[in-house]
Design a protein around this ligand. Sequence first.
Ligand SMILES: C[S@@+](CC[C@H](N)C(=O)[O-])C[C@H]1O[C@@H](n2cnc3c(N)ncnc32)[C@H](O)[C@@H]1O
Length: 188
Amino acid sequence: MIEQLQGHNFKGRRGLGMGGHHSPAMQKDEWLTPPHIIKALGVFDLDPCAPADHRRPWDMASRHYSIEDDGLAQPWAGRIWCNPPYGLGTAHWLKRLADHGDGMALIFARTETTMFFEHIWSRADAVLFLRGRLHFHHVGGTRAAVNAGAPSVLAAYGEANVQALQASGLEGQLIRIKESDQVELDMK
Ligand SMILES: C[S@@+](CC[C@H](N)C(=O)[O-])C[C@H]1O[C@@H](n2cnc3c(N)ncnc32)[C@H](O)[C@@H]1O
């Protein structure tokens, strides 16, 4: 199991070492969102980056696209759930969600990255930094024995999704982005 999870950067017994863009050493793309997270957030209309139908142990949304469809090349409608594929391509999914304006993303809290600045800090309506580290699930449905090795954040686009974060009961720190009095510091 460690081998499956590790990708390349396993650093310890209790979690996966930080690496990759999206997360730790989660080099395979098929890590599923823990079902309690989706349940807490209400019904989504579309998961544009889901495992193929025959591989999915549960539904994340009413409709799904898989890699066979190429979810980025498809039309998106309604409320979107987006736990995107890992790697440099993650930014394309976040941009698409920000442009769409209705939905939520689950990614690792790499708050310093260009991707985070361009598609979350600048465009999301709120973020919920989850307390603790998630245990993602294997595509077969079983929960990973080790945690993801990094903190996760939910980013909400659209007011209804901010409210869903507020009502979710998920433990963490919620920050409204667009309404907060953010001061842009000149770092030069
Ligand atoms: C991190 S997993 C998340 C799965 C699911 N969205 C969830 O929340 O549990 C990313 C998923 O994206 C799928 N994927 C990768 N490239 C894709 C593409 N071009 N179009 C649609 N899905 C894709 C992978 O097969 C994988 O199932």
